[in-house]
Design a protein around this ligand. Sequence first.
Ligand code: NAD
Length: 300
Amino acid sequence: MNVAWIGLGNMGGPMAANLVAAGTAVRGYDVSETAAQAAAGLGVEVVGSIAEAVRDADIVFTMLPRGEHVREVLTAPDGVLANVRPGTLIVDESTIDIDVARELHQVATEAGARFLDAPVSGGVSGAAAGTLTIMVGGKAEDLEEVRPLLEVLGGRVVHAGDAGNGQAAKIVNNMMCGVILAVTCEGAVLSKRLGLDPATFHSIAATSSGDSWVLRTWYPEKGVVESAAVNRDFEGGFSVALLHKDLGLAVNAGESTGTPLPFVTQARDAMASLIDAGQANKDCSVLVKKVDGTLDTPAG
Ligand code: NAD
């Protein structure tokens, strides 16, 4: 089976590498030379264009920042749909708007291809470990075709329903994650100021009702949780810009369904303030620096 992978960033790079490690040849493309080189170092055959990557592909994965990138990569004159063989299955792993995902299902079908929205949860550490949860919207038979590959990428692959339902599940999941992150940053700072040792408080919360995936994976105090971005000066991980995007998608979904989401709105605004403070590319747990008052803001 020939696999193409477009978007070899923090998530796409290690995911494509896991397919390679499992014995699948992957031809990849990324506009960023840095991302492309890192993926090449992990065994992905990096090529110079989307056309070259997808020409002989049976399955094309995309893992891109936003809906507009996925739309562009699929529909541009030199993009995926213009260069794939008829019937090729396109599996979008990115987190994008539900409406754009549904539009792309239709556009791909009209172009003679097939499409699944298959966003993931589990972060960069889950991408590297192959333990992501993958939530899939689209036809069950298309999912079954790609399931063996998805099971290499993730520990759990769930059919969420029709076109766009994978994105719907992902957006609701991520808005919960974003609010939990915000309160975990506040808890990390408050517990320290109340005199608790960070590792001691973390171990208490991890077996108490304050436990969460964010607490166990992203706890924003140095030296407490190995996978946390605080240990790497908030480099890599899940960026402020991407969480801001996801929370905005949730707020939009709340508005379109008449669902009040005041906590989600506050968490989105907190991410917006970090973007204003020049932190867009840092891991979202950098919010802890805003809570403890140590955030350096750009001059002026
Ligand atoms: P990233 O910015 O690290 O990677 C995206 C990659 O896409 C970049 O390398 C970029 O150069 C590339 N790209 C952009 N436009 C392109 C184009 N036209 N052609 C080819 N490549 C292009 O982002 P990421 O953290 O890997 O996230 C990717 C997606 O996964 C996002 O939708 C995000 O919301 C979602 N996601 C991220 C995480 C996480 O923890 N980072 C977790 C779950 C889901």
